[in-house]
Design a protein around this ligand. Structure first.
Ligand code: CTP
Length: 398
């Protein structure tokens, strides 16, 4: 989403100014064009050359000496798709809240009409000072996005709120800020990952699901303004920012969590690879290897089909989406599952290949809708697949 985007990065004089270098790199890596404006005090912490080299653009810090034309700052403001101030000192927050324009950054910001994000970073007492809080309230009511600082040990050796969040987090929130909020007001329940079914305290039955597809769906939905609950089997992925996560192990636990949250959901997307069977009698002690035995049989019993249960319970206004992981007969199997489980849409994908399915970062999905329509999506990154899936859900919802 950052390709062809112009980001204006304002850096002010705080110890966290070094983190703005990494933030700049994340924007560049994502394909954005970045222009940096530094205040005089920011340059006491990090050199202008660092930002110039990494942004591949001149850094603006003095309205009279750094400019290619007398209106460079207006050009930068007009071209910006977003302005991010990280770190933002109490000084720039105060100036912006009161319309003061007395240096390159504060003057440029007054001409910015695109979304602005302020990332306050300072000593806890300064941050909590009533005047700073009042200024932040003014900015928030003006529509400026404020990213709350993290808490922790600060450079001044005190502990509390005031740390600049990590660059990846700021980057993630800018991405969310720039995403169209077409799912605002929608509550989405997503399941992801595998389930694990205990054989004994050290062994289990499971599958190769990495959770990547389900997590991509949860993240995309949150970015688009939905309120998202993610019921997740054991995976090694971080919970997407802003998503409520419920961790489960077994199919029974996943069923419980999904049914607990079913009533309030507008859209239910079941991406999880649920184990169809579980051991009848999971042992409480480790099964020991016995001498002179050629094999071991474990009796299995069928797990509940969570999606089918939801299909039976769902109301007319709820939109239910299932996934079908197939190794063959993709279309036939997917359509059968859609009918059997009373789905509004099914996303079918072939598993087992290197670039599609469980562990891959990409996926090749075909969507089938209840009305008979189908859409063959190209091989794409899982986050693009997630957004395409959400687009089609929105199109097909009553
Ligand atoms: N599913 C479920 N509960 C189960 C099994 C599957 O909720 N016990 C859901 C999955 O989350 C997915 C859909 O059903 O959305 C299809 O899962 P899949 O494993 O492809 O199909 P199954 O119905 O299990 O059939 P089979 O394994 O025979 O292909």
């Amino acid at each position: 989403m950052f390709e062809d985007k112009q980001i204006l990065l304002g850096v002010t004089g705080g110890i966290a100014a070094y983190k703005a270098v990494e933030l700049l790199r994340l924007f560049k890596k994502a394909g954005a064009s970045v222009n940096v404006i530094m205040t005089a005090s920011a340059q006491k912490f990090v050199g202008k050359t660092t930002f110039e080299v990494l942004s591949e653009n001149p850094v603006l810090s003095d309205l009279y000496f750094d400019t290619q034309s007398s209106v460079t700052h207006i050009d930068l403001a007009t071209r910006a798709d977003a302005a991010i101030i990280a770190p933002a000192t109490a000084n720039i927050i105060g100036k912006l809240a009161h319309g003061i324009a007395d240096d390159a950054l504060s003057t440029t910001l007054l001409a910015v009409t695109s979304p602005i994000m302020i990332c306050p970073s300072m000593n806890t007492d300064m941050y909590q000072n009533i005047r700073v809080q009042r200024n932040l309230d003014i900015l928030e009511s003006d529509g400026v996005h404020i990213l709350d600082p993290d808490s922790g040990v600060l450079a001044c050796k005190t502990t509390g709120a005031g740390r600049l969040p990590e660059p990846w987090f700021i980057f993630d929130r800018v991405k969310a800020m720039l995403t169209k909020k077409d799912l605002k007001g929608k509550r989405i329940l997503v399941s992801a990952g595998p389930t694990v079914e205990a054989i004994d305290p050290v062994r289990f039955i499971s599958n190769h699901s990495s959770g990547k597809m389900g997590y991509a769906v949860a993240k995309a939905a949150e970015n688009r303004g939905a309120s998202v609950t993610l019921v997740s089997g054991p995976v090694s992925l971080d919970c997407p920012v802003g998503v409520e996560q419920i961790r489960v192990d077994s199919c029974d636990q996943m069923a419980g969590a999904m049914l607990d949250h079913l009533k309030e959901a507008d859209i239910i997307i079941k991406v999880a690879a649920v184990a169809d069977y579980r051991p009848v009698d999971p042992k409480t002690c480790k099964i020991k290897k016995k001498d002179n035995t050629k094999g071991l049989s474990i009796a299995l019993t069928e797990n509940p089909d969570i999606l089918k249960i939801i299909g039976e319970k769902k109301t007319k206004s709820q939109f239910l989406v299932g996934f079908a992981a197939e190794t063959d007969d993709l279309e036939k199997n997917a359509l059968l599952k859609m009918k059997k489980k009373n789905l509004d849409m099914i996303a079918a994908n072939l598993v087992g290949g290197a670039d599609s399915g469980f562990k891959a970062d990409t996926n090749k999905v075909k969507l089938f809708c209840r009305d008979g329509a189908s859409v063959d999506l190209p091989l794409m990154d899982k986050d693009k697949v997630a957004n395409a899936l959400l687009d089609h859900i929105l199109k097909n919802m009553r």
